[in-house]
Write a protein that binds this ligand. Structure first.
Ligand code: NAD
Ligand code: ZN
Ligand code: ZN
Length: 367
């Protein structure tokens, strides 16, 4: 099959032919229909997270497709099913899973790949194993994934829109619904209005927040944010964004969400909350970088600083519900697809993300 492989830290992907195995026990073979480009992929391409890269690596983790075949002991998923994949692959028996926190399953690393000693799922034309990013690897025409990384969805759901739910939408909406548990009537600031931030804005709107402040450097992003639920906008080019948010709210927001992955904006997100507020960091702050916040604020202001992994999802439940919200017209996904590209155009798609031109670019595999 054709796939876009990351071979080194040169900053681009190589589209090439690789071989994918047949499904073994617990595995699902999927024909990829669509895959979104997420900034978490870009962090591995642009080098900010390359310390964790195992080359060659097949990136991509926000995808939908149609099941082609299933291995032994796969339950509830069969050939022909429409599915979304999710990187929150879970074991189902560790203490994290058993207490409803399967998005931080302690066995994820073990369960997402084949048992040691078995042949790799993917090999390149030289017979070298290709690592699947997050156990998925959706920048290829097919995916071979553990069943606990796959959820069946309604055939009514358009697959090119469903792909976005695979990461960005579940992360942004989930951070609002599940991690921060935003209350109706509250105030929210979202810093960074890409795929994840726009989803957090939509989540805040659905949760009934009365004031939703979108923060981004790109005027076009702010315009899209308003179309999708933001009530106010802040451009850091017009002055300190923390001051601007304090002025708009008379003292800070109840909840802020950092959706970029920078030390500076993570610290700003903490600065934007009022007493009793919660700042949720979603962005992948570079490995080894620390965030500094005034220690006294934490207790004097009773403020909260927390992270959110994949929107604290229970994706087998959440993703079909997000599809229903789309089908009911309440979650806007069409508006989030700024560009549809082919697999061969993938490096242009990431350039568009770097230049802040798109909410999401989505690969259409032409299936
Ligand atoms: N926690 C998780 O589970 C999880 C899941 C998915 C993505 N992420 C991370 O979330 C972050 C956002 O992902 P995305 O795909 O939405 O990215 P994106 O590139 O689509 O969006 C980032 C946005 O931030 C804006 N921006 C950049 N610098 C800014 C600044 N200084 N001030 C204000 N705005 C600024 C850009 O214009 C852009 O609109 C990334 O770090 C990604 O890795 C985390
Ligand atoms: Zn992602
Ligand atoms: Zn587990």
């Amino acid at each position: 099959m054709r796939a876009a492989v990351l071979r080194d830290n040169s900053g681009s992907l190589n589209v090439e032919d690789i071989t994918i195995d047949k499904p073994e026990r617990y595995e699902v073979l999927i024909q990829t229909v669509a895959s979104g480009l997420c900034h978490s992929d870009l962090h591995f391409i642009d080098g900010s997270w390359s310390d964790l890269a195992i080359y060659p690596m097949l990136l991509g983790h926000e995808a939908s497709g149609v099941v082609q075949a299933v291995g032994e002991d796969v339950v509830g998923i069969e050939a022909g099913d429409h599915v979304i994949t999710c990187l929150s692959i879970f074991c189902g028996y560790c203490d994290r899973c058993l207490t409803g926190h399967s998005y931080i399953c302690s066995q994820r690393q073990v369960i997402s790949d084949r048992p040691i000693g078995e042949p790799p799922r993917l090999v390149d034309s030289d017979g070298v194993a290709v690592n699947q990013f997050t156990g998925l690897g959706s920048f290829g025409e097919e995916m071979l994934v553990h069943q606990n990384g796959v959820v069946k969805i309604s055939p009514d759901m358009p697959l090119d829109r469903a792909a976005l739910i695979g990461c960005g939408v579940t992360t942004g909406v989930g951070a609002v619904f599940r991690t921060a548990e935003v209350k109706p009537g509250s105030t929210v600031a979202v810093i960074g209005c890409g795929g994840v931030g726009i989803s957090a804005i939509q989540g805040a709107h659905l949760a009934g927040a009365r004031q939703i402040i979108a923060v981004d450097l790109e005027p076009q992003k702010l315009e899209w944010a308003v179309q999708l639920g933001a009530t106010h906008t802040v451009n850091p080019n017009d002055g300190d964004p923390v001051m601007q948010v304090h002025e708009l709210t008379g003292g800070g927001v109840d909840y802020s969400f950092e959706c970029i992955g920078l030390k500076q904006t993570a610290e700003q997100s903490f600065g934007m909350i009022r007493q009793g507020g919660a700042a949720t960091i979603i962005g992948m702050v570079p490995l080894g970088e620390n965030i500094e916040v005034p220690g006294a604020d934490l207790f004097l202001g009773s403020k909260k600083l927390q992270g959110s992994m994949m929107g604290s999802n229970n994706f087998k439940v959440d993703m079909p519900q997000l599809c229903d919200l789309y089908l009911g017209g309440r979650l806007k996904l069409d508006e989030m697809v700024s560009r549809t590209i082919t697999l061969d155009e993938i490096n242009d798609g990431f350039d568009a993300m770097k230049n802040g031109e798109v909410v999401r670019a989505v690969i259409d595999f032409g299936t």
